[in-house]
Design a binder for this molecule. Structure first.
Ligand code: FES
Length: 258
């Protein structure tokens, strides 16, 4: 990591926030009580850096300290600790190259050679004021190593060739697409997903569970009731219980006379 020193000459004698930034300054200060204003130091330094062409001059740090009623040294301590704060002028596009172990193992050294060859030594600003670079510690995108941060965006899964193309585009004002520079969505597998690809997992059709595992055996189904005897009307047969002619009582001679 490069030695971080203030550039006391390049920063001039004064700094003031841009009028349009004052609203953001008020927003951050309003987040903290009057006696805890120093808690806003990091966002305030970030705003100051944005308003000062991407780096923090010593007057800019003092302005932040005055606004938050902090000793200057307390603000200097924060600004010098975090590499997100630059203490020297940088190019319009400042490349922060991660040189920590995962990125090293995946080829960060080759990316450093590209930056040195195409831009110059660390913190050198090209004559057209467009490019500068520095090596920083882990930027938290190790799964996409090796990577760089250019201004506010990450460019990941780099090779010396792709970084060289990116630098060429920055130099020529060609628009770039941040993110992984290979066929990969964020940190998903290269070439697309190879697991969990079944559409039913995502369209809701797998949400209804028809059979729960490990349930006790269901009781046996009850016997069906016996079929009822068919009625004579239904079968078309005479009713056997009805009296037949032979069953009728013979009329007596007395009945006949009457
Ligand atoms: S080691 Fe490079 S992003 Fe973490």
């Amino acid at each position: 990591m490069a030695l971080r020193r203030f550039d006391l000459e390049a920063g001039g004698d004064s700094f003031s926030f841009k009028p349009e930034t004052e609203e953001k300054v008020a927003f951050w200060r309003a987040k903290y009580p009057a006696d805890k204003q120093r808690s806003a130091v990091i966002p305030m330094l970030w705003l100051a850096q944005k308003d000062n062409n991407g780096w923090l001059s010593e007057p800019a740090m003092r302005e932040v300290a005055d606004r938050l009623e902090m000793p200057y040294i307390r603000v200097y301590e924060v600004a010098t600790f975090y590499t997100m704060f630059r203490l020297q002028p940088v190019g319009k596009f400042h490349i922060q190259l991660c040189g920590t172990t995962p990125c090293q193992l995946r080829g960060a050294e080759g990316l450093k050679e590209v930056c040195t060859r195409e831009i110059g030594k660390q913190m050198y600003v090209t004559d057209d004021k467009r490019l500068s670079w520095e090596e920083v510690e882990c930027l938290g995108a190790c799964v996409n190593a090796p990577m760089v941060q250019i201004n506010d965006d990450y460019y990941e899964d780099l090779t010396p060739e792709t970084l060289s193309q990116i630098i060429g585009r920055l130099r020529n004002g060609v628009e770039l697409t941040p993110g992984p520079q290979i066929d990969r969505v964020n940190s998903a597998p290269e070439g697309g997903n190879i697991t969990l690809t079944e559409p039913a997992l995502f369209d809701g059709s797998r949400n209804s569970v028809s059979v729960l595992p490990n349930l006790p055996e269901p009781p046996p189904a009850p016997e069906p009731p016996p079929e009822p005897e068919p009625t004579p009307e239904a079968t078309g047969q005479p009713d056997k219980s009805a009296p037949t002619n032979t069953d009728r009582e013979e009329p007596s001679s007395k009945d006949i006379k009457e």
